[in-house]
Design a protein around this ligand. Structure first.
Ligand code: ZN
Ligand code: ZN
Length: 171
């Protein structure tokens, strides 16, 4: 009886089962989880709940994207490197791939996807027969000098900001 009271004062959690999976703990060394796997799983859940892991993943992606890579293209707005700059500008800068291309292609001949990626996509299109769809789309595609279609009005502030950014990237 005395022994029990003594233990209680220290509030030691005396588990007999794994906190994660509920299996019996194999021996006294394991106090909360039955295995490394269960401990890691619990840790990962906590991380995800705290929102820290997504921040961490984002920081890691940003770090990777800031390294110049010949297999990627550089975003001319933020200077980071992506395989698909088009989807990046849409997600991060809220600009459509077309707006981006239209604005920057007028000044620089630079694609939004690296050559190998275009080639791979091209090969895939040939294999799948998706190239047939391209002909249908061609009618609707924007042609240089065409009025109305694909022209986007931009505020003078945006234009100035973009041209400044472009100058920065160039220097
Ligand atoms: Zn377990
Ligand atoms: Zn960017």
């Amino acid at each position: 009886m005395k022994k029990t009271r003594y233990r209680k004062t220290f509030k030691v959690e005396m588990r007999t089962t794994c906190k994660m999976c509920g299996k019996e703990l194999p021996n006294a060394k394991f106090r909360t989880f039955c295995s490394k796997e269960c401990r890691n799983r619990s840790y990962n859940i906590k991380q995800a709940e705290s929102g820290y892991s997504t921040d961490w993943a984002k920081a890691k992606r940003d770090k990777i994207a800031s390294v110049p890579d010949e297999n990627k293209c550089q975003c001319l707005i933020c200077g980071k490197w992506y395989v698909q700059v088009g989807s990046h500008v849409r997600q991060v800068h809220g600009m459509t791939a077309r707006e981006y291309r239209e604005y920057f292609d007028l000044e620089v001949k630079r694609g939004t996807t690296p050559k190998w990626f275009r080639k791979m996509k091209g090969d895939q299109a040939l294999k799948n027969g998706t190239y047939k769809n391209l002909d249908i789309g061609a009618k609707y595609r924007f042609k240089k000098g065409q009025k109305g279609v694909g022209k986007y009005e931009r505020s003078p502030i945006t234009l100035e900001r973009l041209s400044k950014l472009y100058k920065l990237k160039k220097s």
